[in-house]
Design a protein around this ligand. Structure first.
Ligand SMILES: Nc1ncnc2c1ncn2[C@@H]1O[C@H](COP(=O)(O)OP(=O)(O)O)[C@@H](O)[C@H]1O
Ligand SMILES: [Mg+2]
Length: 252
């Protein structure tokens, strides 16, 4: 279902993200790795889902498929109701740019661009005038409390600063789906909590967030925690029971 708001933007009112029977194999023959084995997951508008699981369980694979950065071996990915597998290359690139904000584990900032330019780039690619994109970038830097970094290049920032700039880049614009792969890895716990608060706020404003994390205190910000093991969802819990599950029990 779609609606059109006062600015003429068409919005789907259904789930922001749907994964249906998603599989991903790497390699072939005896060397085949089944990274995902039939994952179903639906994330609604305003919902914050944390994905946890051991190293190699398929968390990053799930996220890259959800963001249209990789192609599934089987099953479907729908972002705002559009099945990514059915899109042509240009249409897929547009979904990636306008609907999806992606925070990579290793930041992926462009070394030759300043912080503000890195944040403004996806907006400019999308046709936002340079001056407005620059204003938005400055506002995003203020939101992550690093306005003084605007003109600095990635190699002039600490790991934690680069991480936060990468998060600002994913949040700028009106992207409905924010995907973050362990975005708190390089952050101290106070800054980590601040980043989680930003993601939570974005959800409350109507985005859907999927966060990969191995830290239960960050997962506690989520509405729901999905546990992956060997490419399969082994458990889903609503917040509240999440903590008891993470503590290894359930019935306490
Ligand atoms: N590009 C790739 N080529 C081959 N194997 C891969 C590739 N990406 C991931 N894998 C394998 O898929 C499995 C899941 O990986 P990944 O999604 O990165 O796990 P996680 O993020 O949970 O640590 C692992 O066995 C990993 O080695
Ligand atoms: Mg990973």
């Amino acid at each position: 279902m779609t609606t059109t708001d006062t600015t003429g933007t068409t919005r789907t009112t259904g789930p922001v993200l749907q994964l249906r029977g998603l599989t991903r194999e790497f390699g072939s023959g005896i060397a085949t790795v089944q990274a995902l084995r039939g994952v179903d997951l639906t994330v609604a508008t305003g919902e914050f889902v944390a994905v946890m699981g051991p190293s190699g369980s398929g968390k990053s694979t799930l996220l890259t498929l959800a963001g249209g950065l990789d192609t599934a071996t089987g099953g479907e990915v729908l972002v705002e109701g559009q099945e990514l597998g059915g899109l042509r290359r240009a249409a897929l690139a547009k979904v990636r740019r306008t609907s999806v904000g992606y925070v990579f584990q290793d930041y992926n900032l462009i070394p030759a661009l300043t912080a503000a330019e890195n944040i403004a780039l996806p907006r400019e690619l999308d046709g936002v005038p340079a001056r407005r994109a620059r204003r938005e970038a400055q506002a995003a830097l203020e939101e992550i409390r690093l306005p003084e970094l605007a003109d600095r290049f990635p190699d002039e920032m600490s790991g934690g600063q680069q991480q936060r700039v990468a998060i600002a880049r994913a949040l700028v614009g009106d992207r409905r789906l924010v995907l973050a792969d362990e975005p708190t890895g390089a952050l101290d716990s106070e800054t980590g909590e601040a980043v989680l608060a930003l993601l939570r706020k974005r959800c409350d404003e109507g985005a859907a967030v999927v966060l990969v994390t191995h830290e239960s205190r960050y997962a506690a910000w989520a509405d729901r925690v999905v546990f992956l093991r060997d490419g399969t969802v082994v458990d889903q819990s609503v917040s509240g029971t999440a903590e008891s599950l993470l503590a290894g029990g359930g019935a306490r």
